[in-house]
Write a protein that binds this ligand. Sequence first.
Ligand code: HEM
Length: 608
Amino acid sequence: MSAWTAYVGTRVAEVRAHSDEGVQLGVALVMALATAMLVFARTRQQRTAVFGDPKVANAALDGLPAWPDARHTLLNSTCPDTEHFELLRLHDALASPIVRTGPNQVHIADPASHKLVFAQATRFEKAPLYDLFNAEPGKANLFSSRDAKHHASRRRIVSHAFAPSSLAEFRGFIANRIAALVHRFDRAAEGGAYEDVFAAYQQFTGDIISKFAFGREDHMVETGTFSPSLTVFRAVTLRRYSLDCVLFADRSFCLVFCWLAARLNELLLGIRSRTGSLPQSLFVYQWLRRVPLGLHLVRLLPPGRLRTDLEGIRDLNALMTGYIDEFLATKRDDPHEVLHKLIHARDPVTGEGLDKQTLVGESRGLVVAGVETTAAALTYLTFQLATHAHWYARLRDELAEVIPDQETFVRDVENAVPEERAVVKLAFFNALLKETFRFYPAGVRPFPRTVPPEGVRLEYGVFLPGGTEITCSSWVQGRWDRALWGDDSEVFRPERWIEAQQQSSDDDHKDAPGREALRSARYAAMASSITTFSNGPRGCIGRNLATLVLHLTCASVFRCLQPGVNLDPQATDPPVKTSEHDMEYIGPFVGNPRAHKLELKWATATAS
Ligand code: HEM
């Protein structure tokens, strides 16, 4: 070693002595090469920590039905936008509720295993992939936290904001936003113009989350524009990326690959526009954060998707920092605001509060988790009603029981929004929402968990040793089991819920008293197999808020307005402009339409 050091020392001295330009260039090249190798090795090491090492095969999984290339993980090797289609095909082809999707990874599609894993979230921790969602390395937020104790303490801080009593106080603001939305759609109906309802619903849910989390009143529904936080968020999620995920997947990775991937991606975008790469971009972002001045390198990247993603993530963080600074500067004091709860939270032992980066991570998480999820559910429900007029007629007639006078209602929507408990009793309304949750769950991408050290035996006898990564896509689970859902599980059909309920009164519990009479074993099994909001301690904390918003909005909007109607009988343009293909439900994380829009015309509802 010392001989080598002496040699290098001599060479450096020589270079200094004969410092002509050629030598200087040579030294610069060697240094650049050494840096590139270091970057390469370090990135590969970090990548393995997050995405798993493709060379580590779990021999205990060898007997399981597997996807053909189990040397790589399917979830990183196919396109994140559409991997749910791939997974369903795999379960069907292998006729198994469990399939091996990688050297150390399985995917499950049956509700019993889902319950076992997700209801016991304290044992089955979130997989390392979630680290990517930290605002900074080591600064986990509620969504990304992988430590059960840390997660529980963080959840305690904000859970009160999501409790039914707090939501009851927030209901007035939701009603105010619903009134603005109804009037916006009403105006569109009068003008006979197309309205992009996906954008409108995002502005609507954006208004709600902005107020709920940060006490801001953005009025996006009225202005029809996106607040800066949503503009940035949309920049990150809007554009589809293709090849980088395939290049990076389970393969070594370096910045040169980033650049190549971006170029190739642009070339192939037209051909393979089905994919997404947010995990990869998050990974690069976190890596850059570790390098001094790393984020400044972003602007040196060639224009393209990776750069857009990185700038988007950076800007969203900056914006959240701005919200926090503004909160502190104005000394707002509304204890219902989520940000207020986070800022005022203190560690019971140390008395310390959350630092700024952690606050940024939590705030960003609320925008990401709360806006597009609820907006996508509203969009798809609207799409189904727009393309199935008989369902719309059935729904409108049911809603007339709860809101008898449409004209009076439209005049004062804000004060006349119906009670949630009244609308959820309506059979078809309920069936429509359940079918929407089954068919369009926000979680198209499987949520990965790690099997605890003692391992787990699944109901059908398969044993998974500790450390196995177990994943489950709610989208696949809502379709795979044809015995439960019927042979038409890949069709959106709300009637299946009504039929299952009727079955009970016809046979199983015909004579049972009260509620039980209405809930057949099949209906109960179907209802409990819907995992749209996941379950257990890591289930969606925003579930009550999301369902309240969905129930009240659907009841109010569809009582007054019908989607997908061309008022002018001579018109040749279609009432729903966005095609079935453009409405395909794709990922990578939160499911949304491929075209990221739904353009249609509205008409004032007419009596049956
Ligand atoms: C239709 C609307 C929604 C759906 C389908 C949905 C779905 C989900 C799912 C499946 C999870 C678990 C994810 C995982 O295991 O990785 C989750 C977690 C979460 N959701 Fe939602 N969500 C919705 C709306 C909301 C809203 C409105 C908010 C908040 C304003 C929210 C905030 C969160 C948070 C903070 C978590 C992490 C909870 C934890 O780990 O303790 N979600 N959501």
